[in-house]
Design a protein around this ligand. Structure first.
Ligand SMILES: C[C@H](O)CC(=O)SCCNC(=O)CCNC(=O)[C@H](O)C(C)(C)COP(=O)(O)OP(=O)(O)OC[C@H]1O[C@@H](n2cnc3c(N)ncnc32)[C@H](O)[C@@H]1OP(=O)(O)O
Length: 738
């Protein structure tokens, strides 16, 4: 078995203990025991004056392996619980009679950061990644982080870093006094060794973090800061407990004794790691990491610097503006001068809005404008890396464009269509470059566009997929890969969610009550506030395509035309479902009732008025889950967990519930079915449970669609065998076969 630490004692009397658990030097009980034994070993040697602790391969450590979190643990005695935090980190490492210095490059997160905090000084590279990220997994720091971080950086910063799982780099760490000195990677050990010897020679201070108090302020000040943090946590995350536990632990250490608080912390950590919140958040962490796992691991994405956009529709101007703000050179091609001028104007306005809302500076705005070029022909396409075709939905126009693109662009250029109507195979039918044709949807239904839906055909090459995934990452969006599905991917789940909200409002439920109920459930925004932010125009455009194609599956809201006639388009017109003041703050508008009553009276069905928050949330989220199940069983997405990620990023579904599929799958199989079936009887086919949910409620294995098998076959060509088997198993598990 590979040794989990390496020890090297130099002629200067400094021992270097390196954590050695590649690739990320993740921690486990074994690794911690190995570090403890190595440190005890060198502490007992007469030729060792000081110790430097670091990680092999330019990575300190990615913290504890979170795969072991969640689920029931065996009952532990107090001694067992305190073994790592008290016995090792506090009584062996921090209380050592020889100075121990942390030398940090790469990540030092979670438990690894807690080792670092207990060292007597910290030297890091400027790019090191430091943070206590435990709250991201539904637990609290379990190895003294709640006590030592506030004592090193002060309460406000420590709270921000812990409650938001915020990471800082080495440079910021130095500014915060978390890091004592910065060194280049190739000099890190040398500087750390010298620092250690300086402590031995009393020319540098020997700091014990646990008993520092100079950064804590008075008790009264500390209580005020902690209480305001509590209020903020209750406002933002009313349904989770662990952030409040974290604040209580910090307070306990300040008010009573930090060593006593270490015991409470270790017990709290072990309780929280068994919670369902922890399980859901760990599921979400891995689900998010999986979304990019689609092509051969060894393919590096090629650079995409210059992008051409063809057609300047409603969504294009926002996409072009975002590309420009991310420093891409963009060519916008239109069919005639009049359209081109109109589009360029829209883009300028869009950029200006970004500037107005502080999303870019004056300089950023000016630079963005220099990167944009409007054209009417293909003359400047000879060095573009990516073309995004966003023309009107006419097949012959798109086919002509792709034929022209093949002639005028370089042979590696990726061609992306944003069409939600035609299959990519049909659009590129007349070309010989189907291996470079993909679909891209920037997910305009979400105000922050945090997702990029990438449509993959059976013929697209692994390299082209790697390039587009690289582009998505550079664009700072999470890619969700879908099959060639005519726009029925993530959009259809989100549109169903918004349709269900509208339907409920048209059945008499107050719009603001709906938003409030969904917020209490944990959604970032209520659905109506979300539509206001996106704008009715964009919502109607996306919704119309789905309603036209699948009228039985989607709802045609009556409220929309009523609001559009009243010019209530959302934030852009300062009125939508809410009113907006000059600072853009949303205000409830009593006048809205006038319009909802019109839509309600157009509805002949039974009126709903007295629903609880839970009933409202279920009536809106179960239809969205129903649609997600259709999308999954049609083989549109690779894994159900992709829709968990999509639901969180696109709809604001709470990550502590794991994502929509993970959450709804936890109900008894018959529960969701019977609810949907009852609503379908009372309020129409929109609620009708899909085949997958129906089969599940009967306890039988739902049918796997031919598309899913197709998707698996595509993957066989692109995956390493191990990854392929893992994915196939998870796909089959979805259908209850394993
Ligand atoms: C007791 C303590 O208080 C509790 C704790 O320590 S909680 C844990 C704290 N640690 C973290 O939050 C680290 C999370 N990880 C990261 O941020 C990043 O992985 C990183 C910055 C460490 C490295 O990034 P990068 O080099 O891009 O590698 P990345 O692709 O993210 O990860 C590589 C693999 O390691 C896995 N991994 C990363 N950190 C992990 C962790 N802490 N536990 C389990 N698996 C982890 C990833 O899921 C990924 O798996 P895959 O290849 O099967 O998809």
């Amino acid at each position: 078995m590979l040794a989990k630490t390496a020890v090297d004692v130099g002629s200067d009397g400094v021992a270097v203990v390196s954590i050695n658990n590649p690739p990320l030097n993740l921690l486990s009980l074994d690794v911690m025991i190995s570090i403890k034994e190595s440190i005890e070993g060198v502490l007992s040697r007469d030729d060792v004056k000081a110790i430097v602790i670091t990680g092999t391969n330019r990575k300190f450590s990615g913290g504890f392996d979170v795969t072991v979190f969640g689920g029931k643990q065996e009952k532990k005695t107090k001694e067992e619980l305190g073994f790592l935090s008290i016995n090792f980190i506090t009584d062996t490492l921090e209380a050592a009679k020889k100075p121990i210095i942390a030398a940090i490059d790469g990540p030092a997160l979670g438990g690894a950061m807690e080792i670092v905090l207990a060292c007597h000084a910290r030297i890091s590279t400027s790019s090191a990644i430091l943070g206590l990220t435990e709250l991201q997994y539904g637990v609290v720091p379990g190895l003294g982080g709640t006590q030592r971080l506030p004592r090193l950086v002060g309460l406000p910063k420590a709270l921000e870093m812990m409650l938001m799982s915020k990471r800082v780099d080495g440079k910021e760490g130095q500014f915060l006094s978390l890091v004592d000195a910065i060194a280049p990677a190739d000099k890190l050990l040398e500087v750390a060794r010298r620092w250690a010897l300086d402590i031995v020679e009393h020319t540098k201070p020997w700091v014990i973090s646990l008993y520092k108090t100079d950064k804590l302020g008075t008790l009264e000040e500390a209580r005020a800061i902690l209480n305001s943090a509590r209020m903020e946590v209750r406002r933002r995350n009313p349904n989770v407990e662990h952030p409040l536990v974290c604040i209580d632990l910090i307070e306990r250490g300040i008010v009573s004794d930090p060593r006593d608080a270490l015991w409470t912390e270790t017990i709290a950590f072990h309780e929280l790691r068994q919670s369902s919140t922890c399980k859901s958040l760990v599921h979400f962490f891995f689900a998010r990491g999986q979304t990019t796992k689609i092509s051969k691991m060894n393919l590096l994405p090629r650079n995409i610097d210059k992008v051409a956009v063809i057609g300047g529709g409603l969504m294009s101007s926002e996409i072009v503006a975002l590309l420009l703000l991310k420093n891409y050179q963009v060519i916008l091609k239109e069919q005639n001068r009049e359209h081109l001028l109109e589009d360029l104007n829209k883009i300028r306005k869009n950029l200006y809005t970004h500037f107005k809302y502080g999303k870019t500076t004056q300089q950023g705005l000016e630079k963005a404008l220099t990167l944009l070029k409007g054209v009417l022909d293909y003359d400047s396409f000879e060095d573009v890396d990516l073309v995004i075709e966003a023309e009107c939905e006419t097949l012959s126009i798109k086919q002509d464009t792709f034929t022209d693109l093949e002639k005028h662009c370089p042979p590696n250029c990726i061609f992306a269509s944003s069409s939600s109507t035609f299959s990519l195979g049909l659009i590129g039918e007349r070309t010989k470059c189907q291996d470079r044709i993909v679909g891209i949807d920037f997910f305009c239904l979400s105000p922050a566009m945090p997702l990029m839906e990438i449509v993959r055909t059976e013929r697209v090459s692994s390299q082209a997929m790697a390039d587009v995934l690289g582009f998505a990452r550079k664009f700072r969006t999470t890619p969700i890969v879908v099959s060639d599905c005519n726009g029925q991917g993530v959009n259809s789940m989100v549109v169903t969610y918004l349709h269900a909200s509208m339907l409920l409002a048209e059945l008499g439920v107050d719009v603001y009550l709906i938003d409030q109920a969904l917020k209490s459930f944990g959604m970032d925004l209520g659905p109506f506030r979300m539509i206001d932010m996106v704008g009715l125009k964009v919502f109607t455009e996306i919704s119309r395509i789905l309603v036209d194609r699948l009228p039985d599956r989607f709802y045609k809201p009556k409220l929309i035309p009523i609001l559009q006639n009243a010019n209530r388009e959302g934030e852009t017109t300062c009125k939508g479902f809410y009113k907006y003041d000059e600072c853009g703050k949303a205000i409830l508008d009593p006048e809205l009732r006038k319009y909802t009553i019109k839509a309600t009276s157009a509805n002949s069905e039974e009126q709903l008025t007295k629903l609880s928050d839970t009933e409202i949330a279920e009536m809106i989220l179960f239809p969205a889950y129903n649609e997600a199940c259709r999308v999954i069983s049609e083989g549109v997405v690779m894994r159900p967990s992709d829709l968990d990620v999509a639901s969180a990023l696109a709809m604001g579904f709470p990550t502590y519930r794991g994502g929509i599929h993970y959450w709804a799958n936890k109900f008894e199989s018959g529960y969701v079915y019977s609810k949907l079936k009852n609503w379908s009887g009372a309020y129409g086919g929109f609620f009708e449970p899909c085949e997958y949910i129906t089969e599940r409620s009967r306890g039988s294995t739902p049918v796997v669609s031919i598309h899913t098998f197709k998707l698996i076959v595509i993957c066989m060509e692109q995956y390493t065998i191990g990854t392929f088997l893992q994915l196939s198993l998870s796909t089959l598990a979805l259908f209850g076969s394993v």
